[in-house]
Design a binder for this molecule. Structure first.
Ligand SMILES: [Zn+2]
Ligand SMILES: [Zn+2]
Ligand SMILES: [Zn+2]
Length: 185
């Protein structure tokens, strides 16, 4: 297959770096130069207007996306798990807003299946309810230690993020962490 940048048409063989996958639309590739360009930015904004599923995907992959608790209005910021140079998988307490970074290390644990589910969730194609049993099995297979939280709850791959102020569940997502004090600068 001829691989080239969607925007400038540069061929992968002529490009200094590998082309990047757009992330939502399959087979769409973008070169490093175009990734942060105005053309790409304008295209993304237009696409968000045209395609609700793409808009949701854009929001889900954004680090620091603001979300207000539907129960108490407290604002926190949503980040996808598993990002950064040494990606970690944050694990939530099942009873409060606390989470830990040091339970699941992607280098030590096989997160392949979790990553597949993550990708599907980000594209709006994962029904967490319908896959509950498989997620439980996947969690068991990781063989994580039982760790208690100071609130009396337990840290779990299946626990959902909660509001720091009122403890309300902020999202069904198992693939995001909510941070109350994020600053984008
Ligand atoms: Zn390009
Ligand atoms: Zn709240
Ligand atoms: Zn807790």
């Amino acid at each position: 297959m001829n691989k080239s940048c969607y925007f400038c048409g540069v061929n992968e063989s002529e490009s200094k770096f590998d082309l990047l996958e757009e992330g939502y639309y399959e087979d769409m590739l973008i070169c490093h130069e175009c990734w942060f360009s105005d053309t790409a930015r304008r295209w993304r904004l237009k696409q968000e207007e045209k395609d609700q599923a793409y808009k949701l995907h854009s929001e889900l992959v954004t680090a620091g996306f603001p979300v207000d608790c539907e129960h108490c209005g407290h604002r926190s910021f949503r980040h996808p798990k598993y990002i950064g140079h040494s990606p970690d998988w944050e694990v939530m307490c099942d009873s409060c807003h606390r989470f830990k970074w040091d339970i699941v290390k992607p280098r030590k644990h096989d997160l392949t299946k979790w990553h597949e589910f993550y990708q599907a969730y980000m594209k709006g194609r994962l029904n967490l309810q319908a896959n509950q049993k498989q997620l439980q099995d996947m969690s068991g297979q990781l063989g994580l230690p039982e760790i208690s939280c100071e609130c009396g709850g337990h840290y779990s791959m299946l626990a959902k993020p909660r509001c720091e102020r009122c403890n309300h569940v902020l999202s069904d997502s198992l693939f995001h962490v909510f941070d109350q004090h994020y600053q984008d600068n």
